[in-house]
Design a protein around this ligand. Structure first.
Ligand code: NAD
Length: 259
């Protein structure tokens, strides 16, 4: 560990020790160490699929687009099913058990925060959850496993059993309205945070990327932990360019030394 990174890690550890309302905001980069590729790094999903093919309007408008959407999401689903939480997810659980964690606000759809042991009510999912499916008309919720069987049985245009509305993975496509309750909760918690850690997010997907700004405006200490630069690095109190799991382990080591 270089002196510079050690100083930054020690500072974040001190903030956490001194405060009780830590909000953690996570993006796809928090799950790459679990084997789920992010969207924008080399080899990420948008190098192999064209995002313009997966817009919400197209999903609504054409059966072909829906078939492609289910195909992409079948790949994502099986990748997610194989993945296990990594040290960054476990660090969030450890912070919660120490009474420090207000909540995790995640852009991820992979359920790994919950799989790591974080109580459901501590996780605010801004972009939904790939292990669920919803009817776009009556909002009935389905278990993804059951719907996946129908996809693999050859059904290409999946419809709700009750109202015949369109079924879609319970995730937010580009152009799809954000979930109102989760957005409101995330904005409120961000603005009230004492310490805000943005981990593994490129901070270019809106409106999620506003959360660190709400936190900063509310007076929080802001740390960005990401492998590559983000548009908000200049607003952060500390920027750590390191793997999420490695950085969170270092923060915990530093906290232990400060007991
Ligand atoms: P992104 O792909 O735009 O950015 C990920 C960022 O994480 C990149 O800047 C990258 O440099 C960084 N990164 C990669 N591995 C890292 C690591 N080990 N440690 C620290 N940083 C690392 O992802 P985003 O900002 O979350 O936004 C993209 C959208 O993609 C979100 O809406 C999210 O819902 C969705 N997504 C989710 C998953 C998932 O659920 N695991 C996976 C892919 C995409």
């Amino acid at each position: 560990m270089t002196y510079e990174i050690e100083e930054k890690i020690n500072l974040i550890a001190k903030w956490i020790k001194d405060h009780d309302r830590v909000v953690i905001f996570t993006g796809a980069g928090v799950s790459t160490e679990s084997g789920i590729p992010d969207f924008r790094s080399p080899g990420g999903i948008w190098e192999r699929f064209d995002p313009n093919e997966f817009l919400f309007d197209k999903f609504l408008a054409s059966e072909k687009a829906r078939r492609n959407y289910w195909q992409l999401h079948t790949e994502i689903y099986y990748t997610i099913l194989k993945a296990k939480p990594n040290p960054a997810h476990l660090a969030c659980v450890a912070l919660d058990r120490m009474g420090k964690l207000d909540c995790v606000i995640t852009q991820n759809i992979d359920n790994l925060h919950q799989n790591a042991g974080l109580p459901r009510e501590k996780v605010i999912e801004l972009h939904g959850n790939a292990l669920k499916v919803t009817c776009l008309s009556c909002k009935k919720e389905y278990d993804r496993k059951d719907i996946q069987q129908r996809v693999e049985g050859g059904e290409s245009d999946l419809r709700c059993d009750d109202c015949k509305g369109l079924l879609k993975p319970a995730t937010i496509a580009f152009g799809q309205p954000m979930p109102f309750k989760e957005m409101h909760e995330a904005e409120t918690r961000s603005a009230a945070a004492e310490v805000f850690l943005a981990i593994g997010s490129s901070l270019v997907v809106y409106p999620a990327a506003y959360m660190p700004i709400y936190a900063k405006q509310g007076g929080a200490k802001l740390a960005i932990i990401n492998l590559t630069p983000t548009p908000y690095d200049h607003q952060a109190d500390v920027v750590v360019q390191e793997k999420a799991g490695v950085a969170m382990d270092m923060i915990f080591e530093s906290m232990k030394k400060r007991v």
